[in-house]
Ligand binder design. Structure first.
Ligand SMILES: CSC[C@H]1O[C@H](OP(=O)(O)O)[C@H](O)[C@@H]1O
Length: 362
């Protein structure tokens, strides 16, 4: 059984408190959107898709307990709460994407005027609940397309993969994006070894990815972020696969800090560099990576690890949570649930998708 970041049934939402991993497994009840906002801000739950899912499900918990006199009252409440949830963390686009689609959905229901408020509320709740299974289905397609592409372009099998940060079951509703590609390779006995970076300063790789890999008995080595170059020099790395927080129109990609330098090293060593993400991480409204808002996290998150000080109090820090990898360094391609695309073709290929088949909401 893979690890579950999110546990939900109607009226009840619990998240695995990822700040306590790997030492303790503790589920935290999320009773409303305020609790979700705080948990997302503190990174008790993190990962672009998981943030959107927890945000929206926290709203369903709230809606489940409320009565609305009119459809317009329901619409206004949903719109306001979705906008509030987007403000928790700025770089990952998935919550903003879910907010835009959720507002479109509730407006359509309210403007149709065909349902009583309670019926409309239930319809909205069900739409948000659909995100859980949809995310898992999407991730399995990402895994399959990514694994196929990597194997097609590699004579040698099984393959060694390097990954950064955490993009697995702890960053999504399950299976994962980049880690979903790794899971798919493992399922088909085509994975030899995983190198996962510790991913300072929050240590998603050491605390979360290593935890997932050990949990599923995959052959893996944890490396320091500073070891990525030596790893590609000294060991055969067939591909680098990372996640994404926001892919923009020209294919530039914001992802966990440290991704950019790994992409540079991969280019130097002729190792194909892949980004794996769902369509909901694509933001065509931003032309290039220079316009992506990069979240800067508090200094104290750099200066201590689980309460143990590793730097003097008075040292200044610069602690961006993400960096931007230019499309030119994404040499393997962008792996989506619809296939693997060159960064420069992504916008066009996504726009060509039969929108009837791509759910309006999720
Ligand atoms: C599928 S998770 C995508 C993305 O989110 C992570 O950031 P954070 O841990 O700060 O939420 C990381 O950048 C992953 O690649």
């Amino acid at each position: 059984m893979t690890l579950q970041a999110i546990k939900y049934h109607r009226g009840q939402l619990d998240i695995l408190d990822q700040l306590l991993l790997p030492d303790a497994t503790h589920y935290l009840e999320i009773a409303d959107t305020d609790a979700a906002w705080k948990a997302i801000k503190k990174m008790q739950v993190r990962g672009a898709p998981a943030i959107a899912i927890v945000g929206c499900l926290s709203l369903t918990v709230e809606l489940n307990q409320k009565k609305f006199a009119t459809l317009q009252e329901l619409k206004q409440y949903v719109e306001e709460k979705l906008e509030y949830l987007v403000s928790a963390r700025p770089t990952a686009v998935n919550m903003a994407d879910a907010s835009a689609k959720g507002k479109q959905m509730v407006r359509k229901i309210a403007n149709a005027g065909e349902l009583e408020p309670e019926e409309a509320k239930l319809k909205v709740i069900k739409e948000f609940e659909g995100m859980l299974q949809k995310d898992i289905d999407v991730n399995k397609n990402i895994g399959r397309f990514g694994a196929e592409h990597i194997l097609f372009h590699n004579e040698e099998k099984p393959v060694n993969i390097l990954t950064h940060c955490n993009t697995g079951s702890l960053a999504t509703a399950g299976y994962g994006t980049a880690l979903g590609v790794i899971r798919c390779l493992q399922e088909h006995k085509k994975l030899s070894h995983v190198y996962c970076t510790e991913t300072r300063p929050y240590n998603q790789g050491a605390r979360l990815t290593a935890y997932e890999l050990v949990h599923e008995k995959m052959d893996a080595s944890l490396i320091c972020d500073s070891t990525a170059a030596a790893c590609m020099k000294e060991h055969k790395v067939h591909a680098v696969v990372v996640g994404a927080d926001r892919v923009v129109a020209n294919g530039d990609t914001a992802n966990k800090i440290g991704t950019y330098q790994i992409a540079i090293v991969a280019k130097h060593h002729n190792v194909p560099f892949y980004v794996a993400c769902p369509k909901t991480t694509f933001d065509p409204s931003i032309e290039s990576g220079k316009d992506i808002h990069i979240e800067v996290r508090p200094n104290h998150e750099m200066k201590s690890v689980k309460g143990v000080k590793i730097a003097p109090d008075d040292i200044n820090c610069w602690n961006p949570a993400f960096d931007v990898t230019p499309a030119s360094l994404i040499t393997g391609g962008i792996i989506t649930e619809f296939g693997v695309f060159k960064p420069e073709e992504l916008k066009q290929r996504i726009s060509e998708l039969d929108q009837d088949k791509v759910d309006v909401f999720y």
